[in-house]
Design a protein around this ligand. Structure first.
Ligand code: MG
Length: 240
């Protein structure tokens, strides 16, 4: 019997595996739990503090403290929903040494291009010091940050663009590994998936939580699905 061969879709836990006991978005627990359930990667968000330290959090502020206006020491005392302290990137990477999951690092859009360049330089240096070069994938909504990761990270490090407004040819020309776009972008441009593959690009999608959308992405050969429901997605992929 003829069967279409699909490359196995890979699961990325969005802000880690946080919808489970003892976890919280972007916590160290969420990274360890994503690793423990065998996700391909764990995604997390990085800011640059007022004093030039890299810190891990999604929103631009936490408990009223702004990421870019507060020192790392101030931010590091803030409590996440699971009781952990908000981690610095250094603390997050220290925990990651115990795992071998891919680290999907999103650099948030910062106040200036200059600060984004500073953040990228510091991230790339820290990654090198930890020996994580082969575990990193970088993503950003900032085109400048994407260009800086491509320029400064070791050649071949995957860098994906999040903002949905560039076509496969434009991404290829930039040196991107591919798009990492919202699901609705691929619904509008399903042809981009094949175009990417023909160009040697990989296709990522965020944030896919509904079974019907997961199914659609798997059937359309999307390479990586970022989800808040990694266990549900893994079950679906293993049935394919
Ligand atoms: Mg993110």
């Amino acid at each position: 019997m003829m069967q279409t061969v699909h490359a196995q879709t890979k699961v990325i836990a969005h802000r880690g595996f946080w919808k489970t006991d003892g976890s919280a978005q972007n916590s160290i627990a969420s990274l360890l739990k994503a690793d423990s359930i065998g996700c391909y990667g764990s995604e997390f968000d990085v800011w640059l503090s007022a004093d030039g330290e890299l810190v891990v959090n999604h929103d631009a502020s936490l408990h009223g403290k702004k990421m870019e206006k507060s020192t790392a020491a101030e931010l590091n005392t803030l409590k996440l929903k699971n009781g952990e302290q908000m981690p610095t990137l250094q603390q997050y990477f220290d925990a990651a040494k115990k795992t071998d999951i891919k680290l999907i690092l999103e650099l948030k859009k910062l106040k200036s291009a200059q600060r984004e360049t500073e953040a990228v330089q510091k991230i790339v240096a820290m990654v090198k010091a930890f020996g994580f070069d082969n575990r990193m994938e970088y993503i950003s909504f900032s085109k400048h940050a994407v260009e800086e990761f491509i320029r400064l990270a070791p050649k071949g490090t995957p860098v994906y663009y999040l903002d949905g407004n560039l076509n496969p040819q434009q991404l290829k020309a930039m040196g991107c590994a591919g798009p990492d776009y919202q699901y609705s972008v691929y619904e509008k441009h399903p042809e981009w998936i094949k175009e990417c593959h023909a160009l040697g690009l990989k296709v990522n999608v965020w944030t896919v939580n509904k079974p019907s959308a997961m199914e659609w992405c798997i059937k359309h050969d999307i390479d990586f699905i970022t989800t808040n429901e990694p266990v549900e997605l893994q079950k679906m992929i293993s049935k394919e």
